[in-house]
Design a protein around this ligand. Structure first.
Ligand code: PFF
Length: 453
């Protein structure tokens, strides 16, 4: 079969916009609003943010283009896409392992992602109950500590989020998702802007900006460079086949370069806005920028408790955060679901239920790592920290490295030119980035982090 005739058995996006919305839905999630501020805080701010931005531009965008391109050419789940393309390009079959690693990474990430999304879900109700009105920073902090100390509550919210995700995945990607992303994402953006205005009133806005945007390189370590790079992959949903599988539903005539740049820019703007909201609140209330995964839950409720219409805005904000997490969660298991449908002739409903149950079990480890099991450590890391490190800082960059090598070196130039259909200049820039810049950068950061030099 020629690539012209190949279509996906799972359907196709109705328009280019539908793809951009779905991929933006995958990219924008807890990574931007929950994770970016706390890792920026833990790693000293400005210099970390700068490294992260460089990684997005020089590694993230070209690898995103490569991933979409491979997906659209293969038109199947990442495992089968890689197997098909490897055959077509005369390369060994073991390239399908790239798809397998992605399936595993997606499963591991979703297991903890769902737990954190459960926190956000519970905060919808907490905020709506008026519990934070007029609360002090100490009060908000102790509400959070009590919450995560209860394994039962975390488990209950994790369960609710997982069930909801399974229902959406079972129904198929296109149903409803496109429309919801189209309206809710802009609304999330508007709420973030409103919150930036609140942060301007704290009197510590400039401290926040200085922290976020002035690079003090003495605070940066090889470890934090690895985290910044890993986060560039995580936040853009790269390296595990999520964007590849979305690319497999993409119509032939869409410009991959333009779409990738739009998605990466939207994602970056949301993360930076979140940072601009959080850090002024941190400094105004004498909190620690390095407070860890609880950072947004210890800061934002203070703002909601003080601002006019804070209950309404806060409730809406957490609803939108949960929604953003949903649209990302869906993409985390879509590669696995697509594979089960293709190879095991399972229907989507069965496939989603099985994966959902397995992920739910795995999530129990993360639930316990915040309470009963918080002292169970390996290499000085809790279960949650280990999972997060293994997936975001190792598996995703490794996946991205192999995607870059396959797309840049092993695929015939004619194939990638044909798919990208860009101008000569655009193609050459992409080729340099994907052949040299991204793989070399990922390898240097890896070797550095494991102490080779
Ligand atoms: N990009 C998502 C976020 O920033 O929250 C997380 C994510 C989704 C990572 C899908 C990886 C992925 F494949």
């Amino acid at each position: 079969m020629t690539t012209e005739q190949r279509t996906s058995i799972h359907g196709q996006w109705s328009t280019r916009m539908a793809f951009i919305l779905a991929a933006t839905g995958s990219a924008v999630g807890l990574g931007n609003i929950w994770k970016f501020p706390y890792i920026a805080g833990e790693n000293g701010g400005g210099a970390f943010v700068l490294v992260y931005l460089c990684c997005i531009a020089a590694i993230g965008v070209p690898i995103m283009m490569a991933e979409v391109m491979l997906g659209r050419r293969g038109r199947q789940s990442p495992i089968n896409t890689m197997a098909t393309l490897a055959t077509e390009e005369g390369r060994p079959q073991f390239w399908s392992l790239l798809g397998w690693m992605g399936v595993l990474a997606g499963f591991l990430i979703l297991s903890y992602y769902s737990v954190i999304a459960g926190w956000a879900l519970s905060y919808v109700f907490r905020t709506a109950s008026g519990m934070f009105v007029g609360a002090t920073a100490d009060g908000v902090g102790s509400i959070f500590s009590q919450f995560i100390a209860s394994a039962e509550s975390l488990l209950a919210w994790h369960t609710i989020f997982m069930v909801a995700t399974m229902i959406i995945v079972a129904r198929g990607v296109q149903h409803g998702l496109e429309k919801a992303v189209r309206y809710l994402m802009p609304l999330l953006f508007i709420l973030l802007v409103i919150l930036v205005f609140y942060s301007m009133t704290t009197g510590y806005f400039s401290e926040g900006l200085v922290f976020l945007f002035t690079a003090d390189f003495s605070k940066i370590t090889t470890g934090s460079i690895l985290i910044a790079m890993g986060h560039a992959f995580f936040t853009l949903s790269l390296g595990m086949g999520a964007i590849m599988v979305y690319g497999s539903y993409l119509p032939k005539d869409t410009s991959i370069a333009k779409a990738s740049m739009i998605i990466a820019s939207a994602d970056t703007v949301v993360a930076l806005l979140a940072g601009m909201v959080i850090f002024p609140i941190v400094f105004a209330n004498g909190l620690e920028p390095g407070a860890g995964p609880g950072l947004i839950f210890k800061t934002l409720p203070i703002a909601f408790g003080q601002m006019d219409a804070g209950v309404l805005i806060g409730t809406l904000f957490f609803i939108l955060l949960v929604f953003a997490a949903w649209t990302s969660a869906i993409s985390l298991i879509e590669p696995a679901v697509a594979w089960l449908v293709e190879n095991k002739s399972m229907n989507r409903i069965y496939a989603s239920v099985w994966i959902g149950i397995a992920t739910w079990f795995m999530g129990i480890g993360t639930v316990l790592s915040f309470n009963i099991g918080s002292n169970v450590k390996w290499l000085d890391k809790t279960f949650f920290d280990l999972l997060d490190n293994l997936t975001a800082n190792i598996m995703l960059p490794l996946g991205g490295l192999f995607i870059a090598i396959f797309a840049g070196w092993l695929m015939r130039e004619q194939s990638s030119r044909d798919e990208l259909a860009s101008t000569e200049k655009g193609y050459v820039i992409w080729q340099i980035l994907v052949r040299y810049v991204s793989p070399v950068a990922v390898m240097i950061v890896f070797l550095n982090a494991i102490g080779v030099f």
